[in-house]
Write a protein that binds this ligand. Structure first.
Ligand SMILES: [Zn+2]
Length: 367
């Protein structure tokens, strides 16, 4: 399933969109509840269906932007392209189920399901051969992911690079159990998430593209960015592989809901325009002869910048970083970001000057 998006600049529907958001993001405790929750009250169900119908009409309108002949102007390139692919979801869900329960407590519910010997064998295979490999930093895992993305929901899989015949056999044997027990609920939740974030993108997407390109001093990608929506992504709820920039986001992670969905999708996309920021921080460190207490200062800047830019548009919004991330990952940086970097985000100083001050304030002299 693919949805293409580009802003429609349709102010008239903004109020309507705000109300639908709450409905579509109605709290699911587990993914199976998402589907069931639509059947609790006929009135709510009717409202959701009506609004979904109107949303589908809206999507059709977006798709109709495609030119019908060479004589017409080309359609604008969509910002994102959303997918809910069977194999990507199965692969990530097996990766999740194979984790120790201490790492992923939410698998307790899933483990109650007796999904049969083929499923158990697949989980065991992932335990033994896959979970020691990081979804993001292991190049082979990226290769597997790219191949599964491209094969979407094909009936059978074709080997490609590290998507070996051995792994394909594991996935294909596990597929019937996944289809029977989880796929419908996961796919439904993915679609609901896509619909909800699409409404936000219709209204704010184009503006955020301009503001973020400006902030990172880098042109936005000329191509559409692929986003695969999965029940589970990785420990952090979302990750991005670059060259090409492709995003995986978990629709099962509550941290990725409502306005945060917009921040996460743009945070991930910001990875694709972060090279200038990373290079300049490295150059400044060399120039000032300092080292950083954590080498990934650039990533903290990325979280901070995109979070603040999204916050501009939503009164009272708390960016992702302020929901525990600063304390967990970058307690040494957050105060300096507020002091040295926020003036740049607010247009009070230049990119180069703000980086120079930030590096000066957080860097430690090389002895
Ligand atoms: Zn990131």
């Amino acid at each position: 399933m693919i949805i293409f998006l580009r802003s429609l600049h349709d102010e008239a529907k903004s109020q309507h969109d705000k109300s639908i958001l709450k409905l579509i993001f109605a709290k699911p405790k587990q993914t199976d509840d998402v589907y069931k929750s639509r059947h609790v009250s006929p009135r709510i169900e009717e409202a959701v269906l009506m609004r979904s119908y109107r949303f589908l009409v809206l999507l059709s309108a977006i798709l109709l932007y495609a030119p019908v002949s060479h004589g017409q102007a080309a359609a604008p390139t969509p910002i994102f392209e959303f997918h809910s692919g069977f194999w990507m979801n199965l692969h990530h869900f097996l990766y999740k189920q194979a984790q120790p329960i201490s790492v992923e407590p939410s698998i307790a519910e899933d483990l109650k399901v007796n999904a049969g010997p083929d499923w158990d064998a697949a989980v065991l295979y992932y335990k033994q051969k896959m979970i020691s490999r990081d979804m993001l930093f292991d190049d082979g895992m990226s290769e597997i992911k790219f191949a599964l993305e491209d094969q979407e929901s094909a009936k059978t899989l074709k080997p490609s690079g590290q998507l070996t015949s051995e792994l394909i056999s594991v996935l294909e044997k596990a597929a019937p159990a996944y289809r029977e027990n989880w796929w419908h609920a996961h796919d439904t939740a993915n679609h609901q998430w896509i619909e909800a974030v699409s409404l936000l993108l219709n209204q704010y997407g184009e503006t955020l593209v301009h503001e973020l390109s400006d902030a990172y001093k880098t042109d936005w990608a000329t191509n559409t960015i692929r986003v695969d929506v999965t029940s589970y992504a990785n420990w952090s709820g979302a990750y991005t592989t670059i060259d090409p920039t492709r995003i995986t986001i978990s629709a099962g992670d509550r941290a990725n809901y409502e306005t945060a969905a917009l921040e996460i999708v743009f945070h991930e996309a910001s990875h694709g325009i972060s090279a200038k920021l990373m290079n300049l921080i490295a150059e400044e460190c060399a120039k000032q002869k300092v080292i950083l207490p954590r080498r990934d200062l650039w990533h903290a800047v990325l979280f901070y910048t995109t979070g603040e830019i999204v916050r501009r548009h939503f009164a009272g919004y708390v960016p992702y970083g302020y929901k525990g991330l600063w304390e967990r990952a970058w307690p040494m940086y957050i105060k300096r970001l507020e002091q040295d970097w926020l003036p740049y985000v607010n247009g009070k100083t230049s990119f180069d000057a703000a980086i120079a001050v930030l590096v000066h304030d957080v860097g430690q002299p090389i002895k």
